[in-house]
Design a protein around this ligand. Structure first.
Ligand code: CP
Length: 343
């Protein structure tokens, strides 16, 4: 079992599959974007469209009387709500367990909480946890399909999938079938606090597999040079204007104040060098698509005008979250139906 870790330096370069045997997860689980292939992504995208377009009354019969648990040890608005709406939209029974209002407060472990949810009939668990690797532990202990809804500074694979669906909607006519060449010629720049960002890591794992070039842009405190070793198709460009000028998509990130752990960032200096403004967009990237996984901090990584402007896809990303998460829950419960799980 991989060690639960909060140390971002250990996480910048993913471990090799050989030292990470548990990366091969149970059918129906989605723990890491590393497990996704163009074929599996195509299946998820196609199913997202089927489910999104289905008559809601028909769709609500799909998972009637099936049980899903949402286990959230960290705050969330977008991910929690979209997973819950996705499950309910397909007729599943959902229960939300949060660290603030459950026996986790009394010291119950992740393992015991997972086994309890399984004994209560949960067939799949959606987990957000502050420790990197927690979804692997939960899957191992419960033998249920687990959907990683963000583990510490490690990964957020469903966010990478919804980001991809948003990009394809604007960049490609075929939005459901991807290959290793679908994003050839497309440059996506991820800007800001790369070091602490699980969204950046999952996108760095997914997008180059589809042919994209990923540029990472930020100050050295938030983007160590070793990040360029994270995989093929990944480059570092410290100059924001140079990165902007060569991108079709720019993904802005929040500085994760809750994870800085003593690291001091001069915010005035940061905004002077890396804040996305209307002026910069107009001058250097009038056609770039602006994305952000949220939550956004207006006036820090981007201005309010950019967030609300015509180049912003931020709310569209949120909308794609429901369709993608319906497809992931459907996939998890189809796999759960075919497995013998001890109760
Ligand atoms: N993008 C994202 O994970 O947002 P939440 O923390 O609100 O779920």
């Amino acid at each position: 079992m991989s060690q639960l870790s909060n140390n971002p330096m250990h996480l910048m370069v993913p471990e090799s599959p050989a030292s990470y045997p548990e990366a091969a997860s149970l059918p129906g689980s989605l723990l890491s974007a590393a497990s996704l292939t163009p074929e599996s992504v195509s299946e998820i995208l196609a199913q997202a469209t089927v489910l999104e377009c289905e008559n809601p009354l028909q769709r609500a019969k799909r998972l009637a009387s099936r049980r899903i648990a949402l286990l959230f040890y960290e705050a969330s608005t977008r991910t929690r709500t979209s997973f819950e709406l996705a499950a309910k939209g397909m007729g599943a029974d959902t229960t939300l367990v949060s660290n603030l209002s459950s026996s986790i407060e009394k010291g119950e472990t992740l393992k015991d909480t997972g086994l309890t949810l399984r004994a209560l009939g949960a067939e799949s668990i959606i987990l957000r946890h502050p420790s990197s690797g927690a979804p692997w532990l939960l899957e191992h202990e419960t033998q249920l399909p687990v959907l990683n809804a963000g583990d510490g500074m490690h990964e957020h694979p469903s966010q990478a999938l919804l980001d991809l669906r948003t990009m394809l909607n604007h960049l490609r006519s075929d939005k459901e079938r991807v290959t290793a060449k679908t994003l050839t010629g497309v440059t996506i720049t991820i800007v800001g606090d790369i070091l602490h960002s699980r969204v950046a890591r999952s996108n760095m794992l997914l997008l180059p597999k589809l042919g994209a070039k990923v540029i990472l842009c930020g100050p050295v405190e938030l983007l160590p040079d070793t990040a360029a070793l994270a995989g093929p198709g990944i480059e570092i460009e410290r100059d924001f204007v140079r990165a902007l000028g060569q991108s079709q998509v720019i993904m802005m990130l929040r500085i994760q104040a809750e994870r800085l752990a003593g690291l001091h960032i001069d915010l005035e200096e940061y905004t002077a060098s890396y804040q996305l403004t209307e002026f910069l967009l107009a001058k250097h990237a009038p056609d770039v698509h602006v994305m952000h996984p949220g939550p956004i901090v207006r006036g820090l990584e981007l201005t309010g005008e950019v967030a609300d402007g015509s180049q912003s896809l931020i709310l569209e990303q949120v909308r794609h979250g429901v369709a993608i998460r319906m497809a992931l829950i459907d996939r998890a419960l189809r796999a759960a139906s075919s497995q013998e799980v001890p109760r």
